[in-house]
Design a protein around this ligand. Sequence first.
Ligand code: ADP
Length: 954
Amino acid sequence: MQLTDGEDLYNTVLHAPIGICILHADSLVAEIVNDKFLEVAGKPYEALFGRYYWDAFAEAQPFYEAALAGVVQTGEAYYADEVEWMLIRHGREEVIFVTFVYAPVKDKSGKISKVAVWVLENTRQVNERRAVTANEERLRALVTATSDVIYSLSADWQVMRQLDGRGFLKDTHEPITEWRAQNVHPDDMEKVNAAINEAIRGKKIFQLEHKVLRADGSPGWTFSRAVPILDVQGGIVEWFGVASDITERKEMEEALREAKERSEQQKRLYETITSGTPDLMYVFGLDYRFTYANSALLSMWGKTDEDAIGKSLLENGYEPWHAEMHEREIDQIKATKRTIRGEVAFPHATLGKRIYDYILTPVFDEHGEVEAVAGITRDITERKQGEESLARSSEELQAINEEMATSNEELVITNDELLQIQQQLEEETSEKQAAIDRLETSEQQVRSIVAAAPFPIGVYTGREMRILMANQAILDVWGKGSEVIGKTYHEVLPELAGQDIYQQLDNVFITGEPFHARNQRVDLMVDGRLQSFYFNYSFTPLHDADGQVYGVMNTAAELTDLVLAKQQVEQSEENLKAMIAQAPVAMCILSGPDHVITVANQLIAELWGKPQADIMNKPVFDALPDARGQGLEEVMKNVYQSGETFYASELPVSLVRHGQPEVVYQNFVYQAYRDGAGLIRGVIAITIDVTEQVLARKTIEQSEAELREIQRRLEAELDTSKQVQRQKDDFIGMASHELKTPLTSLTAIVQVANTKLKQSEDNFLAGAMDKANQQVKRMTTMINGFLNVSRLESGKIHLEKQDFDLELLISDVIEEASLTASAHVIHFVRCAQRPVNADRDKIGSVISNFISNAVKYSPKGKNIKIACTTKDDRVIVSVKDEGMGIKPDDLDKIFDRYYRVETTHTRHIAGFGIGLYLSSEIIERHGGKVWAESESGVGSTFYFSLSLTGTGSD
Ligand code: ADP
């Protein structure tokens, strides 16, 4: 380029569409500067005009001073094409791309008098060109990666083309009306059409959130944005657009809108009780060990409660750096009593690298000291990725727009503006998104914490304590449903009046001081009746932005079961102790493996012969050293270890009682004493002293043995006497038998002699022979009696029954008796003639025996009255005398064999005591009865009765 000095030059410079600055060749002072140059330089006219060039461009001097000087020296122009300059424009550092020339200007003499600096800025072109290549790649990636639909539309929105997987528009020419009918939700069709018409009419960017029908037919939301691309005349060439599925975000916004409706107070409240998300909840002790881990956390570790609780971070699989970090934080919380929030990334066992947001909060004890640290960790990987992807797609959109701008060079300006709008929109969107995220996080956290908290939480606002929030746990405690929200605490729980709680709440509200209660009994109306519950509870004041208390947060831990169980245990233990103290048997409780005497009643102390005070709280074998070595230690140990009850009966135990060694006999029960969990805690010993009984029984046993011996001897004696009796019977039987034969001969001889002598003249001989006959008869009777006894004993007596006239028999017997008993008056009271069936001779001998006794045992001259009566079907024969009679004691014995009444009177009356015995035997064998009535000194009556029907046995 060759220029000439002078006016032409000046005009050229001033009106040039390119930046020009003319410098004096020697001084490099700017002599002419046009507007375009100033625009590119970004500096005011005064900064350049009339000034040394490098003063104005000090920032570029080190790079181009030499080049400019070279132009002056050599006269050769210096060209720079699209070079990068760092320039201070309008006071700001900027990197720009310029194409410039330092061109020498020669005067007429050929001397270089000026240097012309030509400059053209091409920053935008360079950037755009660079972007094109990159964008092609990005676009491809975007279309593949994004779930958004990127499309172009014909100017009239009748034809739509979608981008394909390589980032190129598919020439599908899909009829858009049909597409819309299928994809836009009918509810929003009108709205969409109106917005399209407006965008087309106004040639403005189209953007709309509207409802759609998703591929599966479910309703969703889409955000559509289409940018019109205009030609030079301002006509729409086509539209370029993106549609994003914003269903989730809309749902989120819906939730957000609801949340926003709630008061600012609530938001502050959320912050107050924010302690994280429900995802991973845990509590550390100040020794950095886990005291609680929720199921989400346990499952992440793949551990059970027992495995994880009480373990340190390292033991639960944390990396050393991670464990150290949390331990430092726990220390910090302990020192500052402040919540710590952080973000941490570490690899999850199955999900790979995850990003977590965590909150560690101090847990205060009733003195307000940190006693533990509660933490909640939430997996925010997805959210993070979402944010990143949002940022990326903004970038991509920008890139697309830039690409569009580049490819429509003639529309640079329009597109530039669009780009700005676009950026602005993106900024708004991301701000909104961030706000949503923040609120969503807080909202979610609070909801989750309050709802999922395993302990009751309630939030009450205003001095009237209106229930703002109440989680399921607190509703369960109250026995109420969610209808309590919005009511006052007093309305919901009127039964608390008079239980201090209203006052406590009011104090917290007024003073702003938190209130903590431990192990407090609270009576609540649940299921229609007032029931007692026990809680640890806290009322924490909630402050608003100005520090004013606006409400109270109520947290509680229910202890009812615990307290009741404890009370029950205490009660039952008390009961047991009282029972033992009052027990009528000696009892004690021996606790633990050493069998320490923890409970012992007075009776056992007495039994042991030691003062109660001396034995209490000592191991039993220390308190009773004398009880050692008798096997009791082993027995006691076995009961304590195995739980098997030991019984002992009358066990002799050597004890030193009241200083005296003694053997006591004891009945024992050693039974395991178990706690509520069934674990053996000791042994209950019940001891009954049976020494007295044992000794008494031993005495009794001894005397019993003696008695048995006496009895045995008596029995032996009895045996002997029986034998003697039998020998006597045998002898009598034998003697009688032997006597019988000569007696029979004698009887015959006497009878014959008697008959002969009756006719003789010798009266003496006749009388003597008569007497001899009588004595022989008596003797025969006696011998027959003995023989009969003997026969009876050996069972050889036989009845020879016949029908005979009893009256006649009696008359015969009386007649015979009268021969020998002439001294007595015998009367016979006859009865009606009755035949009986019996052994005539034997019945006759009975009557004969009765009459001979009446004669024998009554004085001479007395009456003997014989009667025969019938009663019912029996005949009764009686023989009454007026003799000595029989004493009652003897009366029931006179029918016994050999029994005779021993008196001075009877001593001289001969007899063997067998007559009545034989009579009773004979009558009884006939089935009849024999008895006697008598009065001593007055007389006796002997009876026998026989059955007239003859039922007697033979
Ligand atoms: P015995 O007359 O031979 O001694 P019994 O058997 O006939 O034997 O009589 C037994 C006892 O009964 C007599 O010893 C007598 O003591 C008493 N006894 C019997 N009959 C009478 C009576 N009629 N009056 C008083 N005592 C009688």
